[in-house]
Ligand binder design. Structure first.
Ligand code: MLT
Length: 256
C-alpha cells in the first residue's frame, strides 16, 4: 500500500516568484546552498527535503516519483502557492517531471539540472534493487562507494558530499532507490510540457549520457540547453555562479 502524502521539512529565503529546489539522491536541501543566495536575490526560494531525506519524514516502502511530487504539491498548498518554478537535480528532476505531468497548471517553469527523462535499463534497475537491499543490512557505506567517485572530480567537494550521504537514512535511501527503479520513461511526455524549461548539464557528468540530456532539451517545446564545461554531476556546487545565472534567466522569463 502506498504511504500517504508526507509533510516535508523545508527552508525558505527571499521574495517574489516562488522557486522550489528539489535535491537529488541521496542528498538534502543543503546541496543547493551555494546557488541559493544568488537566486534568492530575485525570487522566493523554497528548499524542501524530499521524503526519506534530510529532516523530512522517513516512511517505509517504495517512494514513487509521483508520490514525491504529491508531497511537493502538498507543500505548495501549505504555503498557499498556486504556481511555482520547479528546479530538480537528478532524482529531483525525475520528481519535477512527474509534477509537470500531473500538475501542468501549477508549473511556471522547469529547471532540469543533471537529470534525464529516460527510465532505467534492466541492468540499472537490478543494480538499484541490489543496492537497496544491501543498504538495509550495511547502512549508507555501499551507496557512498558506488556513487561518490562518479559525482565530481573536485576533491574539495568530496567530504561535504560524503557527510550528507552518510546522514541520509538507509530506509529513506532504499525507498528512493526502489522508486527510481520503477519510474516510467517520461520522454514521450516532454512534448506536452508548455512551461519554459531550462536543461542544465555538466559536460563531464559521469552519471548521465549527454545525448539523453540533449534530446530532452530538444523535445521540450520551450526547452533550451545550457552546458557547463569542467563540471560533473554536482554542477550546482562546482559552478554555482553559472548555474544561478541560468536559473535567474528562467525566473526572469516567468516572473509573476
Ligand atoms: C541523483 O543524483 O539523484 C542520482 O544520481 C539519480 C540516479 O541515480 O538516477
Amino acid at each position: 500500500m502506498e504511504a500517504p502524502v508526507m509533510e516535508l521539512y523545508y527552508e525558505e529565503l527571499g521574495q517574489g516568484t516562488p522557486v522550489v529546489f528539489l535535491h537529488g539522491f541521496p542528498f538534502d536541501h543543503e546541496i543547493w546552498q551555494s546557488v541559493v543566495p544568488l537566486v534568492a536575490k530575485e525570487a522566493r526560494v523554497i528548499l524542501p527535503d524530499l521524503r526519506g531525506h534530510g529532516r523530512s519524514p522517513v516512511p517505509d516502502g517504495v517512494y514513487t516519483m509521483r508520490q514525491m511530487a504529491e508531497d511537493v504539491v502538498q507543500l505548495l498548498d501549505r504555503l498557499e502557492i498556486e504556481k511555482a518554478v520547479l528546479v530538480g537535480h537528478s532524482m529531483g528532476g525525475y520528481v519535477s517531471l512527474a509534477f509537470a505531468h500531473a500538475y501542468p497548471g501549477r508549473l511556471l517553469g522547469l529547471g532540469l539540472v543533471a537529470t534525464q527523462s529516460a527510465a532505467d535499463n534492466p541492468e540499472k534497475r537490478q543494480s538499484r534493487l541490489k543496492l537497496a537491499s544491501s543498504i538495509k543490512r550495511r547502512g549508507m557505506k555501499p551507496v557512498v562507494s558506488d556513487m561518490l567517485p562518479k559525482l565530481t572530480s573536485r576533491q574539495d567537494l568530496l567530504p561535504p558530499l560524503m557527510e550528507v550521504m552518510l546522514r541520509t537514512s538507509p530506509v529513506g535511501a532504499a525507498g528512493a532507490l526502489k522508486g527510481m527503479a520503477e519510474r516510467p520513461d517520461m520522454t514521450g511526455l516532454l512534448a506536452e510540457i508548455q512551461a519554459p524549461a531550462l536543461v542544465l548539464t555538466g559536460l563531464d557528468d559521469q552519471l548521465l549520457p549527454l545525448e539523453n540530456v540533449k534530446m530532452m532539451a530538444q523535445m521540450l517545446p520551450k526547452g533550451w540547453l545550457v552546458e557547463v564545461p569542467e563540471t560533473g554531476h554536482m554542477l550546482m556546487m562546482e559552478a554555482p555562479e553559472k548555474v544561478a545565472e541560468a536559473l535567474c534567466q528562467l525566473v526572469q522569463m516567468v516572473k509573476i
